[in-house]
Design a protein around this ligand. Structure first.
Ligand code: COA
Ligand code: AMP
Length: 626
C-alpha cells in the first residue's frame, strides 16, 4: 500500500490500522477495544489486553527458532572487548536477573532506577524489569547526583541498579561516589543498590546497602514472564522540564511494543535477522527504543556500543563496527557525524573499511543541518534520513518511511508525517496556518500507540504542559513549517529547551544553578550555535553590587557548579558577566534577541524593550569575549 493510503487509513481509521499492526505482537489476552476514548484528552490503546514486553523481545524468538541468533553484540572499544549474546543466552541472563529482582522483593508495578554505563547488564536490567512487570527508570550515566536524586525521589523505586564505573574515552568515571551522594540527597541511603563491579574499578569495600551483581545472580532462580495490562507502564523516562523538576514520561507497555515493532519494518526497512545499530545511550529515549526494545521485538541483532564516534580510538570507530558486525542500519545523532567529519573530512579512514552491509543511515536528536546531510550522503552513498521525534513520543513523528515508500529528500526537513501522527501547524491563537507558514507544531489527538500516556504521578502536569494550550492537540514544543508537499520543517523550540550534542537540556535548570551562587543576582542561559554540538549553553550573569570577586575564579566556580549539579554534558561555553540583562517593560528577559546577537544573526529591537541600550552592552561583552 502506498504511503498516502497507509497514512490516510492511520488517521481516518486508527483502530483498524493499529489492530492490524498489533498482530505483530504476542498477546496473553486480547483487548476489549483498540482505542479507549472515554476519558479524553487521556487516551488508552489496547485496554483490556495483556502481554509481556520481555516475552515479545526474547522468549518468543527463542521459541520460534531464533534462539541461536545474536540478540545483542556488546562492542566496547574502551575496554577492548566484544561479547555476543544469542537470543537464548540473553533470555537466560534476563530470567536469572529477574529472579534476583524478585528475591529483593520487586513486584509488578514497583519501580527500579537504573544508573549505568553502556554495558550488557544495563540492557539485562531493563529487560528483567519488563519480565516481572516492574517499571524501570533509566537515568543517563552522565547526570550529576542532584539530577539522579530528583529522579529517585520522584520514581520512588524499590531498588537502584548501578555499576562501579563508566568509561569516557580513556577516563574511568567512578559511579559509586555519585550514587552515594544521590542516595543521601534523596534520603534513600539504606535502599538496596545492586552494583556491577567492573574490572576497571573493582568494588573492594561495598557499603552495607550494596549487593554485588555477581553475588546476586549466583543464588537466583530464573523468573518467568508476568503478563501485564497493555496500559501498564513499561518504563518512566525523565526529560527536561522548564523547572528543576524533570518530567517523568510514562510509556504504556502494549502500544509501545506495537508501534516499535511496526516502525522497524515500515520506517527503517529492516527485517528480522538484520543487524541494527543505534549509536546512542540507553539513558536517552533513542537508546530505550532502538538499542533495546525495537530491534529485539523485531528479531534483529542490536549493537550496544560503549565508545564515541571519535577518540575510541579515532574517527574510523563507526566504520570498524559496521564492518566487523555487518551492520545493516545505523541510527545516530548528526553531532556524531559532525565529529567524524571534523577529524576525517575527506573520509580517508572510511574508505579503508568494507561497509557494504550498510543500507541506510538514520539521524535524529537534533535538526540535521544540510551540510552534514550532504557530507554523509557523499561519503556513504546510501540513503541518509533525518527523522524527528522526542522522548515523549518514543518513536518518530516525521520520517522518510523507507519500508513503505521512499520519498525524495529535502535537506533540512525530516520529510513527512509518519502514519498515526496527524501533524498540524497552529498560530498563537490556535488557528491552523497555511502551507509554508511557520507556527507551533502540534499533533491532533489521539497520539498513536507508543506515545506517553501521562507524566508519572502527575496527570495534571501532563495536561498543563502538553494538552491545555490548544485543546484537542498535543503540543510538541517545536516550531516549524509544513510545506505544500506535506514536508515538515522543524526550526526551533518554543520553550527554553536546548539541544547540546543531541542531549536535551532546559536552560531554566542551568539558570537555577547559577542563581544558587550568592553573588549572582540574575542570569540568563541561552543555547548558542556550535559547529560540533549544534548548540551549547552560554551564561550571562549579573552580580550583586557588593560582590567583590575575581572574575576568572568566579567563572570557573560557576562552570564547576553546573558540572557538579547537572553534569559535564551541560558545561557552558562561557559565563559572561554583564551589568544588566535586556528586558521587556513587563520584566521578561529577551533571551531570543540575546541569542540572535550571540549567533551574529540579524535582529530587530523588540518594541516592548525597556531600554534598547542594553542590547549594545550585551553585544559589546560578547565581542570582548570573542
Ligand atoms: N558519563 C559521564 N560523563 C559523560 C557521559 C557519561 N555517560 N557522557 C558524556 N560525558 C561527559 C564527557 O566526558 C565530557 O566531559 P568533559 O567536559 O569533562 O570532557 C562532557 O560530558 C561532554 O560530553 P559530550 O557532550 O559527549 O562531548 P565530547 O566533547 O566528549 O564529545 C561528541 C563530542 C560529538 C563526540 C559526543 O557528544 C557524541 O558522541 N555525540 C553523539 C551524541 C548522541 O549520541 N546523542 C544521543 C541522541 S540520539
Ligand atoms: P529528546 O526528547 O531529547 O529526544 O529531544 C527532542 C527534541 O529534539 C525535539 O522536540 C526537537 O526539538 C529536537 N529534535 C529531535 N530530532 C529532531 C530532528 N530530526 N529535527 C529537528 N529537531 C529534532
Amino acid at each position: 500500500m502506498s504511503y498516502k493510503k497507509q497514512y490516510q487509513q492511520s488517521i481516518n481509521e486508527p483502530e483498524v490500522f493499529w489492530a492490524k499492526a498489533a498482530a505483530g505482537i504476542s498477546w496473553n489476552k486480547p483487548w476489549d477495544k483498540v482505542l479507549d476514548t472515554a476519558d479524553t484528552p487521556f487516551y488508552q490503546w489496547f485496554p483490556g489486553a495483556e502481554m509481556n514486553t520481555c516475552y515479545n523481545a526474547l522468549d518468543r524468538h527463542c521459541e520460534a527458532g531464533r534462539g541461536g541468533q545474536d540478540a545483542l553484540i556488546y562492542d566496547s572499544p574502551v575496554t577492548d572487548s566484544v561479547i555476543h549474546f544469542s537470543y537464548d543466552q540473553l533470555r537466560d541472563k534476563v530470567a536469572v536477573f529477574a529472579g534476583v529482582l524478585r528475591q529483593q522483593g520487586v513486584e509488578k508495578g514497583d519501580r527500579v532506577v537504573i544508573y549505568m554505563p553502556m554495558i550488557p547488564e544495563a540492557v539485562i536490567s531493563m529487560l528483567a524489569c519488563a519480565r516481572i512487570g516492574a517499571i524501570h527508570s533509566v537515568v543517563f550515566g552522565g547526570f550529576a547526583p542532584k539530577e539522579l536524586a530528583a529522579r529517585i525521589t520522584d520514581a520512588d523505586p524499590k531498588l537502584v541498579i548501578s555499576a562501579s564505573c563508566g568509561i569516557e574515552g580513556t577516563r574511568v568515571i567512578p559511579y559509586l561516589p555519585l550514587l552515594s551522594e544521590a542516595m543521601q540527597l534523596a534520603d534513600a541511603s539504606s535502599m538496596t543498590q545492586i552494583v556491577v563491579s567492573r574490572p576497571q574499578l573493582p568494588v573492594t569495600d561495598p557499603d552495607p546497602a550494596v549487593l554485588l551483581w555477581d553475588d546476586a545472580i549466583a543464588n537466583a532462580a530464573p523468573a518467568d514472564c508476568v503478563p501485564v495490562a497493555a496500559t501498564d507502564p513499561l518504563y518512566i523516562l525523565y526529560t527536561s522540564g522548564t523547572t528543576g523538576q524533570p518530567k517523568g514520561v510514562v510509556r504504556p507497555s502494549g502500544g509501545h511494543a506495537v508501534a516499535l515493532k511496526w516502525s522497524m519494518d515500515h520506517i527503517y526497512n529492516v527485517q528480522p535477522g538484520d543487524v541494527y545499530w543505534a549509536a546512542s545511550d540507553i539513558g536517552w529515549v533513542v537508546g530505550h527504543s532502538y538499542i533495546v526494545y525495537a530491534p529485539l521485538l523485531h528479531g534483529c541483532t542490536s549493537i550496544l556500543y560503549e565508545g564515541k564516534p571519535v577518540g575510541t580510538p579515532d574517527a574510523s570507530a563507526f566504520w570498524r563496527v559496521i564492518e566487523q558486525h555487518k551492520v545493516n542500519c545505523l541510527f545516530t545523532a548528526p553531532t556524531a557525524f559532525r565529529a567524524i567529519r571534523r577529524e576525517d573530512p575527506q573520509g580517508k579512514l572510511l574508505h579503508q573499511f568494507d561497509i557494504s552491509s550498510l543500507k541506510s543511515l538514520f539521524l535524529a536528536g537534533e535538526r540535521c543541518d544540510p551540510d552534514t546531510l550532504y557530507w554523509a550522503q557523499e561519503q556513504l552513498q546510501i540513503p541518509v534520513i533525518d527523522h524527528w521525534w522526542q522522548t515523549e513520543t518514543g518513536w518518530a513523528m516525521a520520517a522518510n518511511p523507507m519500508g513503505i515508500e521512499s520519498h525524495t529528500v529535502k535537506a533540512g526537513s525530516p520529510t513527512v508525517a509518519v502514519p498515526g501522527y496527524d501533524i498540524r501547524v497552529l498560530d498563537d491563537d490556535g488557528v491552523e496556518v497555511a502551507a509554508g507558514e511557520s507556527g507551533n507544531i502540534v499533533v491532533k489527538l489521539p497520539l498513536p500507540p507508543g506515545n506517553l500516556s501521562t507524566l508519572w504521578k502527575n496527570d495534571e502536569r501532563y495536561f498543563e504542559a502538553y494538552l491545555s494550550l490548544y485543546p484537542g492537540y498535543y503540543l510538541t514544543g517545536d516550531a516549524g513549517i509544513i510545506d505544500d508537499q506535506g514536508y515538515i520543517w522543524v526550526m526551533s523550540r518554543i520553550d527554553d529547551v536546548i539541544n547540546v550534542a543531541g542531549h536535551r537540556l532546559a536552560t531554566g535548570v542551568l539558570e537555577e544553578v547559577l542563581t544558587g551562587s550568592d553573588v549572582v543576582i540574575e542570569c540568563a542561559v541561552l543555547g548558542v550555535a556550535d559547529k560540533l554540538k549544534g548548540e551549547v549553553p552560554l551564561g550571562f550573569v549579573v552580580l550583586s553590587a557588593e560582590a567583590d570577586v575575581d572574575e576568572v575564579a568566579l567563572k570557573q566556580d560557576l562552570r564547576q557548579r553546573i558540572r557538579q549539579q547537572v553534569g559535564a554534558i551541560a558545561t557552558p561555553r562561557d559565563i559572561l558577566i554583564v551589568e544588566r540583562l535586556p528586558k521587556t517593560r513587563s520584566g521578561k528577559i529577551l533571551r531570543g534577541t540575546m541569542r540572535k546577537i550571540a549567533d551574529g544573526e540579524e535582529y530587530t529591537v523588540p518594541a516592548t524593550i525597556e531600554d534598547p541600550e542594553v542590547l549594545n552592552e550585551i553585544a559589546a561583552v560578547l565581542s570582548r569575549a570573542g
